[in-house]
Design a protein around this ligand. Structure first.
Ligand SMILES: Cc1ncc(COP(=O)(O)O)c(C=O)c1O
Length: 362
């Protein structure tokens, strides 16, 4: 096991703070599977209200709550529409097909975001020959798309359009609070035309686990059934709800610090020969940058950085991602950028390429 001095591979690497652990220890508990955990019930009601929706259901992970959303809106043989780099489509192990029996239609968008011109003409009718298009999934902020946000106007435009076409809309909001901070929108207003929203408490907000799905009573009831089928209905889960509530109360506003750190890191590495990054494109806590091809592959730079104690993952042949989160300080940002510069002094092409090939992601 490698202990990274500074681990920027993912914002899931954050550890719960002492105060969060304290809140977990003191949580009032009951059996959540039968709706008797008061801390879970309070969290679900609080988040539903914050998003202007009727109900919410706690889930174990972002993957689980996304898949509960897919299940709630579809039937076997339906099709869901996704941006081609989306987490639901590419990083959830084929779950839409396995769990809900739906096909996935990948659509090339713009940096992970979809708009009406990308979608128009992509819908399939309810015809016996076809897989009817039922659900549009959008991701906000985008992950592999580059860490960007939908503006309020863009979000409303595309979601309203989808509804007019008879589609349901699910948002993978694993990092939606990052978008709230970056765009300064109200969660309920932003999600006005969205049927279900999946939020993560373990990405950037510092919780050890936990996600939540928000939507109408009817959709959340279906999602609860899915959660049971997917093995995710827990008992005294109030401990995790307490961590989530603590994060909502104390760790949302501070996300702007992670956004500043991300921008600072991008600015510092932008001057390193062989590194290509546009700091202006860094909107939230994720920094995607490229290694020029003649300097080696991303996995080789990632391997050299690992030797130097810095965790930055390869996300493609030339692409890398650095994530900023609670616990990463400004000093860490400067140190990580200095060590990227040091790694770039070396001949990276002599290092081993990732075992699963230079084009492997993650
Ligand atoms: C955009 C997005 N959606 C969903 C997930 C899945 O979350 P989890 O790892 O909790 O299953 C991730 C994980 O990184 C993500 O980046």
């Amino acid at each position: 096991m490698v202990a990274y001095a500074i681990d920027l591979r993912s914002d899931t690497k954050s550890l719960p703070t002492h105060a969060m652990k304290q809140a977990m220890m003191e949580a009032e508990l009951g059996d959540d599977m039968t709706g008797e955990d008061p801390t879970v019930n309070r969290l679900e009601a609080h988040v539903a209200k914050m998003f202007g929706k009727e109900a919410a259901v706690l889930a174990c992970s972002g993957t689980q709550s996304n898949q509960m959303g897919v299940w709630a809106h579809t039937q076997r043989g339906d099709e869901i529409l996704l941006e081609e780099k989306s987490h639901i489509g590419s990083w959830e192990a084929g779950a839409p097909a396995i769990l809900s029996g739906v096909t996935t239609r990948f659509i090339a968008g713009d940096q992970g975001k979809l708009d009406i011109p990308h979608l128009a003409g992509m819908l399939r009718a309810d015809d016996q020959h076809l897989t009817p298009s039922r659900l549009l999934c959008i991701e906000n902020t985008t992950n592999a798309g580059g860490g960007g946000c939908y503006t309020l106007e863009h979000l409303h435009r595309v979601c309203q359009w989808a509804r007019e076409q008879g589609l349901k809309v699910h948002m993978d909001g694993a990092r939606f609070f990052h978008a709230v901070i970056a765009q300064d929108y109200d969660p309920a207003e932003a999600c006005r035309y969205i049927d279900t929203i999946s939020l993560c408490f373990s990405k950037g907000l510092g919780c050890p686990l936990g996600s939540i799905l928000v939507g109408s009573h009817a959709d959340i009831q279906k999602a609860r059934r899915a959660r049971k089928i997917f093995g995710g209905a827990l008992r005294q889960s109030g401990m995790f709800a307490a961590a989530a509530q603590y994060a909502l109360d104390h760790h949302v506003e501070r996300l702007q610090q992670d956004h500043r750190h991300a921008r600072l890191f991008a600015e510092e590495i932008a001057s390193i020969p062989g590194i290509v990054v546009d700091p202006e494109k860094v909107e939230t806590n994720l920094v995607f940058f490229e290694l020029e091809r003649d300097r080696g592959y991303a996995s080789q730079l990632s391997a050299r950085l690992k030797e130097l104690g810095i965790g930055i993952g390869a996300m493609g042949a030339q692409r890398l991602r650095a994530c900023f989160y609670i616990g990463i300080t400004a000093a860490d940002v400067h140190q990580a950028a200095r060590l990227v510069a040091e790694a770039m002094q070396d001949n990276l092409t002599e290092l081993p390429v990732a075992a699963n090939g230079p084009y492997a992601r993650g």
